[in-house]
Design a protein around this ligand. Structure first.
Ligand SMILES: NC(=O)c1ccc[n+]([C@@H]2O[C@H](COP(=O)([O-])OP(=O)(O)OC[C@H]3O[C@@H](n4cnc5c(N)ncnc54)[C@H](O)[C@@H]3O)[C@@H](O)[C@H]2O)c1
Ligand SMILES: CC(C)(O)[C@@H](O)C(=O)O
Ligand SMILES: [Mg+2]
Ligand SMILES: [Mg+2]
Length: 329
């Protein structure tokens, strides 16, 4: 079993009298900046003056500076802007202001692992990667807990890089749930493979295709939505809390028999073959090459990819069901 770091064995002393500049105030930036501030860390924000985040971060009571100023004021520069934006911002606004002994922090190893950012040898390079969307990073912290996270050290100039990564993980609330040390390579590849095959790509397609089959067979879309999507959350909660076995114990014997005999025939070896193929594309760097080649028009590319999803019938029914459940107005 891997070593897991918990609250009682990690100290935040190394962050005393230090300033953490969080670059970016999006999903992870906002959550991590707020958690670290609430843990007593001096956090400042480095943002674009013309951006929407500037106003939001100010309203949330943060000291906000341009990215260049924040780098100059900081001991730790924690880069939480979109992966494809990071290399340009790093080259133009961060690298020219770096000082000996500072630390660069990341929540995903993409740009270090694929060498889109190559920091000078006189800084520490660390990762604190919460294994959760940003929103849960904040919500669980406010509930008095945290989300699990990975830490990694790419470069240890000061000799204190790991201590620093652990301290930041504690400040984010992650050591309450447990923190595991890994490498930039393993975090990057496993994160990309997980989100493509299962978490984002796999789940959307499984739910969408299940919904489509039910609707094609003539069942009302609302019923199809309950079966293929809404209840998926409730079943996943059971798996999250009790494991597969616990979930199976909670569903009917009919669901157990049908699920366990038909499931492997639907998600069959062809699906696993596809998974292997696309995991290999991540490991070979082919996926990164493709994604990096879109850097100049990432926004348009994503809009194009999201359009058919946004217009899919499942999204219309979803809005209706969420209203019905009081989740949306
Ligand atoms: N989204 C998640 O829940 C999640 C989970 C784990 C790890 N990560 C990693 O965290 C990092 C940040 O991802 P995110 O999804 O939180 O980012 P995001 O897309 O939410 O970041 C948006 C923010 O980045 C800043 N920004 C955007 N474009 C900019 C530019 N051109 N110049 C300067 N600032 C700019 C703005 O403050 C904006 O609010 C990435 O490395 C990502 O892989 C994200
Ligand atoms: C939340 C995820 C999918 O786990 C993260 O890795 C991301 O890239 O947003
Ligand atoms: Mg990811
Ligand atoms: Mg992830």
């Amino acid at each position: 079993m891997v070593k897991v770091y918990y609250d009682n064995e990690v100290s935040m002393d190394i962050l005393k009298d230090k300033t953490v500049a969080v670059i970016g105030y999006g999903s992870q930036g906002e959550a991590q900046a707020k958690n670290m501030r609430d843990s007593g860390v001096h956090v400042i924000l480095g943002l674009r003056p013309e951006g929407n985040s500037w106003k939001r971060a100010k309203q949330d009571g943060f000291e906000v500076y341009t990215i260049e100023e924040a780098v100059q004021k900081a001991d730790i520069v924690h880069i939480l802007i979109p992966d494809l934006v990071q290399p340009k911002v790093y080259k133009e606004k961060i690298e020219p202001h770096l000082r000996e002994g500072q630390a660069l922090g990341f929540s995903h190893g993409f740009n270090i692992h694929y060498k889109q950012i190559v920091p000078p040898e006189y800084v520490d390079v660390i990762m604190v990667a919460p294994k959760s969307p940003g929103r849960r990073v904040r919500e669980t912290y406010l509930e008095g807990f945290g989300v699990p996270a990975l830490i990694a050290v790419h470069q240890d100039y000061t000799g204190h890089a790991k201590e620093l990564a652990l301290a930041m993980a504690k400040a984010i609330g992650a050591t309450r749930a447990g923190v595991i040390e890994t490498t930039f390579k393993d975090e990057t590849e496993s994160d990309l493979i997980g989100e493509q095959l299962v978490l984002v790509g796999g789940l959307i397609e499984l739910i969408k295709k299940g919904f489509e089959v039910l609707v094609e067979l003539g069942y009302p879309p609302e019923l199809a939505y309950f079966e293929a999507c809404n209840e998926a959350k409730l079943i996943m909660d059971l798996i999250y809390e009790r494991g597969f076995t616990g979930m199976l114990k909670a569903v009917s014997d009919t669901a157990k028999y049908g699920g366990l005999t038909v499931g492997p025939k639907v998600i069959d070896d062809h699906v696993k073959e596809n998974m292997r193929k696309y995991a290999e594309r991540v490991r070979s760097g082919e996926f990164a090459k493709e994604w990096i080649s879109k850097a100049d028009r990432a926004k348009e590319v994503l809009e194009e990819l999201m359009k058919p999803i946004e217009e899919h019938e499942i999204e219309k029914v979803g809005r209706f069901i969420r209203k019905m459940s009081g989740l949306e107005k």
